[in-house]
Design a protein around this ligand. Structure first.
Ligand code: ZN
Length: 145
């Protein structure tokens, strides 16, 4: 299998068998993310503890394979991270999608690297970044409070 096939497999796997597509208990934040150009519509739930660590996260909603897989992969990587670490992850992911990330950064993104190919298709890039933008907005909203 070449790398592109492996990436496709990762996306398929997370789309068909998402580990985090469910409500979580006592979310501290819930935010809807919508990508009208494709029809992706998700609800992201996050529980952050007093130490600022993402304890648990989940999502619901509908959307294409890329948006669903990207959301599931993002949540996988965010659980256990501090708010700052999670936001750094978002930054790195956006850099990758925009073609600005170096190899080391892409490697650190682990499974999320599977979405780098969609960066060449602007319409799909919105699907891939939906959850990440939603998380960023959520965190920005929390800081404003
Ligand atoms: Zn989509």
């Amino acid at each position: 299998m070449d790398l592109k096939q492996i990436y496709r497999e990762v996306v398929n796997e997370h789309n068909l068998y998402p580990a985090h597509k469910h409500d979580i208990e006592n979310p501290t934040m819930t935010l809807q993310g919508v990508n009208p150009t494709c029809g992706d519509d998700i609800y992201l739930q996050v529980r952050i503890n007093d130490e600022g660590v993402v304890e648990e996260a989940g999502f619901n909603g509908e959307g294409c394979a890329v948006s669903q897989a990207s959301t599931d992969i993002m949540i996988d990587q965010m659980i256990g991270k501090t708010r700052e670490e999670a936001l750094k992850l978002v930054e790195n992911f956006m850099d990758m999608i925009h073609g600005d990330a170096d190899e080391e950064t892409i490697e650190e993104l682990d499974e999320a690297a599977a979405l780098q190919d969609v960066a060449h298709m602007p319409a799909r890039a919105k699907c891939a970044t939906l959850a990440w933008h939603t998380f960023e907005k959520m965190m920005a909203g929390e800081i404003e409070d």
